[in-house]
Design a protein around this ligand. Structure first.
Ligand code: UD1
Length: 429
C-alpha cells in the first residue's frame, strides 16, 4: 500500500491548479442514468472514486468513455467523460460495489425514475459516523415509490411511475437532496423540496438536470421546485471547481507560509472558509483567475468555528482547519455538528505533538510551538489530508499511511504541493 512522506519546514510558493469537484462529478455521472442520450462531462477529476463509480455504472449497462490526452495538455489535464445510458440492462447495485463508494447509493432515485425499479445495497456505516439513508427513502416514497428492505438491500419499485409532491427534509442532507432531486426530474408534475441542501455541487447538478429537460426553480436555495420531464436529453456540462480541494490547499499555505495562486478556484463557493482563514491571519485575494493565498511573517491566530450546512463552514474542511490550529498562537475551538464521529484525526495529530482535548462534539486545540514528524495513519479522506498539512510544518518526516483514502478525493496531491516547494514524495510499497 502506498504512503506519502512529507518533510516539514518548506514554504509554499507558486500555483496549484484546482480540479473539478469530486462531490459534483459523482452525482453528475449518476444523472446520466436519466437519459437515453449521451451526457458529456468536462473537467472530470482523475480520482479513484470516479473510476469506481464508472465501474458501477458500467455494470448497469452504461457506456462510459474517457477522452484521451490532446496536444498541449500537461500531466494534470482534466478529462472529458461521455456517458450513454441508452441500454440499461441491470437495475441492481450490489453490496460489494456500494460499500466501497457511498455516493453510488444515489443511483437509486434515477434508476427508479427511468426504469421503474431498482435494487440497491444499503451503504452501511463508515469511519465518520453512522450515515443513515432514511430521508432518501422517505423522499422517494413520497414520490410514490414502494420500498422494501430485504437482506441489506433496498428494493424499490414505482409501477405507476413517480408523481411530484411536496417533500420536507427534517435535516439538511446533501445525499438525500441529490437522490430525490434526480428522481423528481422525471416525476409527473411538480415536486417541492423543502429544507433541501444548497451545497454548490447540488446547484451544479440541478443546472445539468435543467439542461437535460427538467424545469427547476430555486437553484442554490433551500427550496427547490422541480417540474419533471417525460424524457431527458443529453447535454454537455462542465464540473465546477472543487471547493474542498481549494480550501485544503489554502490551509496548507496558511500552515506552511508562502504565497500560492489557486488557479480556477472560485471564492464564492467557500466564502465562510476563506473568512476563517483571514481571521487566522492569512491573506486571501480573489480574482477571475482564482484565489491567491499567502501568509508571510505573521503567526497563525486561533479561531472558534462550528461546521454547518452550506453556506456555513464545511465539515469536509474541519480536519484541515484543526491541523492548522494545532500551531495557532492561542486556544481554538472547533465544533463538528454534521457527523457525530468525525474526529479520527485527533489521535493522529496528537502523535505529531498536537494538544487537542475532545468534549462531545467540540475539540479544544491549544496551539503548540513545534511539532515533530512521525508515522501516522488515517481512516478517512479529509483526515488523511489534515495529516499532510500538519506534516508541512512539523520537524522532520511525517509518513502518512493508507494513502488510498487520499487518492479517492485529491488528484496528484504530491505533485501539486511538490511543485510549490513542499518536500513530499509517494512511497510505493
Ligand atoms: C455529502 C458529501 C460529504 C460531506 C457531506 C456533508 C458527497 C459525495 N459527499 O455526504 O463529502 O461531508 O455531504 O456536507 O457529496 N442523514 C440522515 N438521514 C439521511 C441522510 C443523512 O440522518 O437519510 C444525516 C447524516 O448522518 C449526517 C447529515 O445528515 O449527520 C448530513 O449528511 P449528508 O449531507 O447526507 O452527507 P452525505 O450526502 O453522505
Amino acid at each position: 500500500m502506498d504512503s506519502i512522506r512529507v518533510t516539514g519546514g518548506n514554504r509554499l510558493n507558486g500555483s496549484i491548479p484546482i480540479s473539478g469537484a469530486k462531490n459534483a462529478a459523482l452525482p453528475l455521472m449518476i444523472a446520466s442514468i436519466l437519459s437515453p442520450e449521451t451526457l458529456t462531462l468536462e473537467n472530470v477529476p482523475r480520482l479513484t472514486d470516479v473510476q469506481k463509480l464508472a465501474q458501477i455504472l458500467n455494470n448497469l449497462g452504461i457506456d462510459v468513455t474517457i477522452a484521451g490526452k490532446r496536444p498541449g495538455q500537461g500531466e494534470g489535464y482534466a478529462r472529458t467523460m461521455r456517458l450513454n445510458a441508452a441500454n440499461i440492462v441491470d437495475t441492481t447495485a450490489p453490496y460489494e460495489l456500494v460499500s466501497q463508494m457511498r455516493a453510488s447509493f444515489w443511483v437509486l432515485g434515477p434508476l427508479l425514475a427511468r426504469c421503474g425499479k431498482a435494487r440497491v445495497s444499503l451503504p452501511g456505516g463508515c469511519a465518520i459516523g453512522t450515515r443513515p439513508v432514511d430521508m432518501h427513502l422517505m423522499g422517494l416514497e413520497k414520490l410514490g415509490a414502494e420500498i422494501e428492505l430485504d437482506s441489506g438491500y433496498v428494493n424499490a419499485s414505482a409501477p405507476n411511475g413517480l408523481t411530484g409532491t411536496t417533500i420536507h427534509f427534517d435535516k439538511v442532507s446533501v445525499g438525500a437532496t441529490h437522490n430525490v432531486l434526480m428522481a423528481a426530474s422525471m416525476a409527473k408534475g411538480t415536486t417541492v423540496l423543502e429544507n433541501a441542501a444548497c451545497e454548490p455541487e447540488i446547484g451544479d447538478v440541478a443546472r445539468c438536470l435543467a439542461a437535460m429537460g427538467a424545469k427547476i426553480e430555486g437553484i442554490d436555495t433551500n427550496t427547490l421546485v422541480i417540474e419533471g420531464a417525460q424524457t431527458m436529453h443529453g447535454t454537455t456540462h462542465t464540473v465546477l471547481p472543487d471547493r474542498i480541494e481549494t480550501g485544503t490547499y489554502a490551509m496548507a499555505v496558511a500552515m506552511a507560509g508562502g504565497d500560492v495562486m489557486l488557479e480556477n478556484a472560485r471564492a464564492d463557493l467557500l466564502q465562510s472558509a476563506l473568512d476563517v482563514l483571514v481571521e487566522a491571519g492569512a491573506k486571501v485575494e480573489a480574482s477571475d483567475k482564482g484565489i491567491r493565498v499567502s501568509r508571510n511573517g505573521n503567526g497563525i491566530k486561533p479561531v472558534n468555528v462550528e461546521t454547518a450546512p452550506h453556506p456555513g463552514f464545511p465539515t469536509d474542511l474541519q480536519a484541515q482547519l484543526m491541523a492548522l490550529m494545532t500551531r495557532a498562537e492561542g486556544v481554538s475551538t472547533i465544533t463538528e455538528s454534521i457527523f457525530e464521529n468525525r474526529f479520527m484525526h485527533v489521535q493522529e495529530l496528537a502523535r505529531l505533538g498536537a494538544d487537542i482535548k475532545l468534549d462531545g462534539d467540540t475539540a479544544t486545540i491549544t496551539g503548540v510551538q513545534r511539532m515533530k514528524g512521525a508515522p501516522v495513519m488515517a481512516t478517512d479522506l479529509r483526515a488523511s489530508v489534515s495529516l499532510i498539512i500538519a506534516g508541512l510544518a512539523a520537524e522532520g518526516q511525517t509518513t502518512v499511511n493508507r494513502v488510498y483514502h487520499l487518492d479517492r478525493g485529491f488528484e496528484r496531491i504530491e505533485e501539486k504541493l511538490g511543485n510549490c516547494g513542499a518536500q513530499i514524495e509517494r512511497l510505493s510499497a
